[in-house]
Design a protein around this ligand. Sequence first.
Ligand SMILES: Cc1cc2nc3c(=O)[nH]c(=O)nc-3n(C[C@H](O)[C@H](O)[C@H](O)COP(=O)(O)OP(=O)(O)OC[C@H]3O[C@@H](n4cnc5c(N)ncnc54)[C@H](O)[C@@H]3O)c2cc1C
Ligand code: SF4
Length: 329
Amino acid sequence: MKDFEYVRATTVSDALAQHERETTAYLAGGTNLVDHLRLGIRRPDRIVDISRLDLGGIEETPDGGLRVGANVRNADLAMSPLVRQRFPFVSQALLAGASGQIRAMASTGGNLLQRTRCVYFQDRSTPCNKREPGSGCSAIDGFGKYNALIGQSDQCVAVHPSDLCLPFAALDAVVHVTGRSGDRAIPFAEFHRLPGDDPSRDTNLEPGELIVAIEIPPLPWATRSRYRKVRDRASYAFALVSVAAALDIADGHVQDLRLALGGVSHKPYRAYLAEEQLRGRPATAEVFEVAIDAELAAAHPGGENAYKLPMLRRTVVAVLQELAEGAVR
Ligand SMILES: Cc1cc2nc3c(=O)[nH]c(=O)nc-3n(C[C@H](O)[C@H](O)[C@H](O)COP(=O)(O)OP(=O)(O)OC[C@H]3O[C@@H](n4cnc5c(N)ncnc54)[C@H](O)[C@@H]3O)c2cc1C
Ligand code: SF4
């Protein structure tokens, strides 16, 4: 591991001032960054510890949403009664991720910024455009089981790894950030990037910008929501595919729907087309199948990741059926 200077920020403005060069890294829970320091994927010469900043708290907003501080631990967010009552799939997604020990360290802000689990990205002996721009992509002709289906480029075919980001995408969460040029609010759909010709950038954060909070707008019917993750083993594994859904239903018909898919793309994938097709339609397995098939028509699978298509189809239909059958009105 390369030597670095360690400083602990005392305030947000102190953190921004300490992040004075591109080779600085913020440290929150350290569960992703420290791995990358050890592997030599990140080689900062200064680390600014932000874990003691006053960026905690899960607060109700006046309109019925929630504001979650960037430093709120994944375990605390998962167990928050407000989250469990209003947005159960946020809690379910968190509990489907990592292990109890990691969730106790990992922060909400850090979860959004964790980097891909592409095996080649983590192996410095192989070419990877995300790790070393211009070096090539080992996954395109290599081990393809985990590769993306939609939005990949000829520079990178990796998928986004976070579970939490799927319900956040479905809920149209807003990421509040601050930087030297001031504060800004980034809609979740614009926060993460597709790889295009620069896969080294995962998000639209500017260098030095700090996430301060994530806001979840109100969505009263998200009380009926589910997160389901399909993985190689029962715990401690990233998603092969995953589904975050919230359903508003009346008289057996879909009134409204939010649907996000994981294991699909370089960013949390919002299934807008399926949502649009399902509004006002009968809540039946056949109708759900047609809608998800329409969404997945945009997929470009390779030989080793085509299994994800039927897996996604079945998982989406099962989750929506469960939500529909749980309907009481
Ligand atoms: C073994 C293992 C299994 C895991 N399994 C899963 C899983 O199944 N599902 C899942 O979703 N996740 C999983 N994770 C990932 C884990 O959730 C993330 O590592 C964690 O959420 C990152 O949070 P952190 O606070 O530790 O971030 P850190 O490691 O401290 O930081 C991560 C990145 O975010 C930056 N950063 C952190 N906070 C801020 C901020 N407020 N503003 C700006 N930049 C910031 C850091 O500079 C760094 O680049 C797993 C991790 C491990 C180690
Ligand atoms: S898929 Fe992306 S992260 Fe994986 S090797 Fe290719 S460029 Fe690197």
